[in-house]
Design a protein around this ligand. Sequence first.
Ligand code: ATR
Length: 267
Amino acid sequence: MKFAVIGHPISHSLSPIMHRSNFESLQRKDEYIALDVPPQHFSHIKEIILENDLDGFNVTIPHKESIIPYLDNISVSARHIGAVNTVLIEDGKWTGYNTDGIGFVKGLIDTYGPIANKNILVLGAGGASKGIVSEMDKFTTSKITVANRTMERFETWNIDINKYSLEQIVPYLKDFDIVINTTSVGMNDASDMLIIPINELNKNTLVCDIIYIPEKTPFLKACEENGNTVYNGLDMFVYQGAESFEIWTGQEANIDIMKNKVIDELK
Ligand code: ATR
């Protein structure tokens, strides 16, 4: 079978080497290529994919939303999230999925155990947040809390969550077992521009970010210095790829091989 990742820029994508390591370990003869599709060429996406004779592909920045009008079918959760990162091609029909959210949640559970009774706070209410919260909601009995800069962002949400602004959540920060930053704040900014006053967090809180390059964002570094255990987005990247592979092939991916390959590449 033949797969690809489409995005722009794409030359630094670790998806091809990660997926190839999995194919090899499972003794599969599949191919996985990177296709650089600049936004001005996106209207030719059907031809580009047909020319490459693909069985499925991943979609990354900046095309996760622009791909939607080209699909024949879309999963319920990808429609709700409003973004697609995986397309399965069967008999010429394209079906879109989003494996980012389930990727984060499976990675978290495999690393830190069940989240059923955890009190969880998600920072940010954009596409990434919605994907993670809608999947996490299936694994927990507690109502998830989401805090966002602007309350308007919640208008497109149809999940039963506690909604707060970033200011309103401050007095409750101590109450959470897990805090997940899905915003880009604290990625490149100075550490005094952190999204929440981290000294208000309980030292036992697990603090997560969905970024993995750099390995620790200023936000995670500051939380670690504060005494918290921190968890970056590397597993999310690996597990979203594993989920895509399973959608395309029906076969379970070799997650350990994929993760080790990515870690090696990042050294
Ligand atoms: P993604 O798909 O990565 O989630 P997005 O849908 O554009 O991207 O969402 C970006 C998220 O980061 C939003 O929650 C956004 O908050 P707003 O809804 O108020 O815009 C949040 N965000 C971005 N910059 C921010 C900042 N400087 N301070 C606080 N939140 C910020």
